[in-house]
Each structure stands twice: as C-alpha cells, then as structure tokens.
Design a protein around this ligand. Sequence first.
Ligand SMILES: *Cc1c(COP(=O)(O)O)cnc(C)c1O
Length: 390
Amino acid sequence: MSNRPIYLDCHATTPLDERVLAAMLPYFTEKFGNPASISHVYGWEAEAAVKQTREILAAAINATPEEIVFTSGATESNNLAIKGIAEAYFQKGQHIITVATEHKAVLDPCEYLKTLGFEITILPVKQDGIINLTQLETACRPDTILVSVMAANNEIGVLQPIAEIGKICRDRNIIFHTDAAQAIGKIPLDVQTMNIDLMSLTAHKVYGPKGIGALYVRRRNPRVQLAPQQHGGGHERGMRSGTLYAPQIVGFGKAVEIALAEQATETPRLNQLRQNLWTQLSQLEGIHLNGHPTQRLPGNLNISVEGVDGAALTLGLQPVMAVSSGSACSSAVTAPSYVLTALGHPEQLAYASVRFGIGRFNTSQEIDIVAKSAIATIQSLRKQKILVEK
Ligand SMILES: *Cc1c(COP(=O)(O)O)cnc(C)c1O
C-alpha cells in the first residue's frame, strides 16, 4: 500500500472513512431487512436506520426529513430534479437556465430536454469561474421554470453565490436547483436562508459509500411538484421507487454526521495544506491558478502549467500522486476541459492543467512530497522540451 501514489483526487471520489464502514456493516448482515417491510423487526430496524439518515441530512441543510428523497447518487438526483421539474411545469413554461461550468449530470439532462422542445440558456462565467448575477437576472423570463446552478465546482472548486441566486429566483417565482455534490459537509448549506428548492447530494465525495445520494425537494413555501422518473412501488413518496439500499443510506448519514462535526477544524486545515502546496508550486514561473483565489472549496487547487505537454505531465506525475490532469491542445489525446475553456483565457488552452483535490486523510508531509515531485517533473519536462526544440 505504502508505495502507491498519494491520493489527491478527492473531487473524483473520496476514500471511505473507517467509521462509516463500521456503521454500515451490520446492515449488510444481521440487519438486512427491507425498510419497507412494516410487519416485522427486520423491516423496522432497517427503517429506523433510514429514518436516522433522513434526519441527519435534513438537519445538515435545514430541511425536514420528509423533504429528503434517496437516489443512487448526484447524477440521478440531477436528472430527477431537472427532468422532473420540466415534466411537472411544462405548461407554465419551457425555459431553463443553467451555467457552462456545471457537471455533465446537469448539462446533459438539459441537452436532452432541448430535444423535447425546451429552451436552455447556458450562462457564461467570469474569468474567476463565478457567474455574473446581472446576467442571470437578465436571462430570467416569465416562462422560466428552473434555474440550476451548482454550489461548488468539481474541477476548479469555485463556490457560486447560492444565496444571491436563490433570492433572484424566489423574487421571480422560479424554482432553484443546486448540485451540492461537492459542497455537502464542506461548506455551510441552508435551504431556507438560501431559498433553495431542490438540492442534489451524494455520499462518495464526503467519505461515504458510492452509489447513494439524495435529492432535497421543498415541501412548503412553495411546495415543489416533481414528476417521478422511475416508477414502481411508490417509495420516497412516489418520487423515486425502488427498495432503499439501507447499508449505503446508513453510511451516507454517518459520513455527513462526521463531516459536519469536523468541518470547523477540517476547513482551516485543508486551507492550510492547499496554501502550502500553492506557495511551493507558484515559485515556478508560468504557473497559473484557475478559479477564484478564495471563493472556493478548501481542498481544491487547480493550476495551469505553461510550457509542458498535458499527456507528458500526466505520465510524469503518476508514480507519485493520483491527481486529475491533462488538458492541452498540443496533445492529441487530451482535450482542454470545458470548465477551463469556459474561464475564457484563450492562451491558457495551450497549457497543461492539474487538479489537486486534498482531503481528510492527506498530511502536510504528503503535500511536501507532492509539491517537490511536481516541481521536479515540470522542470524536467520543460528542460526536455527545450532540448527537443533546439
Ligand atoms: C461527482 C459529482 C456528480 C455525480 O455524482 P454521482 O453521485 O457520482 O452520480 C454530480 N455533480 C457534481 C458537482 C459532482 O462532483
């Protein structure tokens, strides 16, 4: 294990916390009941565990337990939110607003709705990755039924001004959905003060298991209608049928509980690690920070590197660190990411980029190893390039 690369890809997924695993295990074995079985103890104990996670998630975002719908993850939650609103409200209007830097699990359902006749406005972002609120206001129309803007970006970590967006939507009676897959457990979220009507969540970005997520669906002021996208036994108040995956749900609750309990100490620790990494890397020439310098997730650092090939950088970093990298036009295999493209620095598209996702189990020693190794790799690639070009 010890000579495997240092894991710094926490926006892709996070390792399962041992405490989460311990909480899950009994629900695979002796407590295997179906939470929907109402006539015996096997069902009751599974249902009690599901209820507890519902309460934890609701408390985490200032919702009520009845407003939590379990899904298989944020991809499904986004699909349910966007298609479910489109289907329920198409008579009111057929216009939806979203943003160029959203996850594909938001953009692709919107693209699909276009084929059904919906009109989609895709807002650009500023060079720092944040939307322009005036542009959002201008884009809102009487037939706009939904605005979908993510809370935290999965590539550049940028935090959108969710409370301001919520206010703009509420003032105009437009439903507001936010993809909070990267945000839950990392930044404060409050569906009341932020006027959020729908929120997508997932467990595996917050040290929980993969394959479990949730959609918050507002029940009061106003009550949001949602057309189910999966029909069956009428689970989750008819919004999402299918036997609840109790062990995963238990893990989701435990993961969020731990993240909230530790957020106050973990946020400054991750900020410090990120700052250490940036301080070291930015001593090199030609290194650019992508996204807003401070309005971002604590564990996220996304850089562009001048003068190296993206594919070569990926290969060079691989033995020491597990990061997400690539994106340079000069290489045949890697295309620039659409998120970086949306930031709109044309020259930057020729640079290689690296996303560091620092998490709970990373140490400052690891960050030092990673910084030294990345610097050595970049310097060596630049030197080789000069030799090749001579
Ligand atoms: C990971 C991620 C998703 C997809 O979540 P899954 O639970 O893996 O389906 C959606 N949106 C964002 C912002 C993400 O980071």
